[in-house]
Design a protein around this ligand. Structure first.
Ligand code: NAP
Length: 290
């Protein structure tokens, strides 16, 4: 039995679908019972647990061969990351109680970055799970191609892609969530000792210009890149309601300045096979709101 957290989201859903397609038993770990029916209909066990509740998580992980940990995203964390630390503490305790045979934890590129930034939340998760005596794989994917969902409306309605990744021609490690889920499902079925890190990116690196070109091809209209200037970020993020934009700003700096990178510029990273155009086609078909 494989317990999958974050199953109602993009990556967790892919992990579960891959396991089910390979005839493996899956326990769907959800916080919202209203979302259980779809997974029960697919033949999954259901466990209700919040990522910040060790008791619920330990029950959900009990008797499993493998557990997939998807740490919840927090783009606007309080200084010092208290919420992430609460989740890390509860997840760690639950794993120590349930002692599954293997653990795959979704981490991120930049979990080893030298400067504090939004991804430090995953540095802390890795540090905590490194200290438990279980086989743990940390899957570190690049930037999700699906983040381009936020560009669908402006590309479609204005022919503009506003980019925080810059300069426009610089190519970044990106990957489709379908590939992340498939690799995580494969890792869950392997056996290893201790902890290990698996870096993952897509078949080719992607620049803002590439994103604009992909949108232009799919939308059949010109799409140009507009660089969002570094000086405007803080005001922009605060206007959008963020209270602590620095962590996100430093993450973007890390990508743009190159200190958020894979260990050897991605040469030894596992490569997914989903192309950018496929993801953009699906996002446009999904039709993001204006
Ligand atoms: N975006 C990127 O470029 C990128 C790159 C590398 C790594 N990552 C990592 O990818 C992860 C996000 O994956 P995703 O895009 O698949 O996320 P997603 O689609 O937003 O789904 C999030 C999932 O987590 C669940 N969840 C959130 N808070 C929870 C809580 N307190 N208790 C239980 N479940 C909770 C959600 O459940 P509900 O349905 O109940 O909300 C949902 O199933 C993050 O850990 C992030 O650090 C992202």
């Amino acid at each position: 039995m494989y317990a999958i957290t974050g199953i109602t989201g993009k990556v967790g859903g892919e992990v579960a679908r891959h396991l089910l397609a390979n005839g493996q038993p899956v326990r769907a770990v959800l916080r919202d019972r209203a979302k259980a029916a779809d997974w029960a209909a697919k033949g999954c066990d259901i466990a209700i647990a919040d990522m910040a509740n060790a008791e619920q998580l330990a029950a959900a992980f009990a008797g499993t061969q493998g557990v997939f940990i998807l740490p919840p995203s927090d783009f606007d964390p309080e200084p010092g990351y208290p919420e992430a630390k609460r989740v890390i503490d509860q997840v760690t305790r639950a794993l120590m109680t349930a002692r599954p045979q293997t653990v795959v934890c979704l981490s991120t590129i930049g979990a080893d970055a030298p400067h504090d930034n939004l991804l430090t939340q995953r540095t802390l998760m890795e540090r905590s799970l490194n200290a438990i005596d279980l086989p743990v794989s940390f899957l570190r994917p690049g930037w999700f191609m699906e983040n381009a969902l936020w560009d669908v409306a402006s590309a479609r309605d204005e022919g503009v892609l506003r980019s925080f990744l810059q300069p426009a021609g610089k190519a970044f490690p990106m990957v489709a969530t379908r590939d992340v889920g498939r690799v995580a499902a494969d890792l869950l079925r392997q056996h290893w000792a201790g902890t290990r890190i698996v870096e993952l990116e897509g078949p080719a690196r992607v620049s803002a210009n590439d994103l604009a070109q992909a949108f232009a091809a799919v939308l059949a209209r010109p799409v140009r890149v507009e660089i969002v200037s570094r000086e405007s970020w803080e005001g922009l993020f605060r206007a959008q309601g963020m209270k602590n934009p620095q962590a996100r700003i430093r993450m973007l700096d890390g990508f743009n300045e190159g200190w958020i990178e894979f260990s050897d510029q991605g040469r030894s990273a596992v490569k997914g096979d989903t192309a950018l155009l496929e993801v953009i086609t699906a996002l446009v078909a999904g039709g993001a709101a204006t």
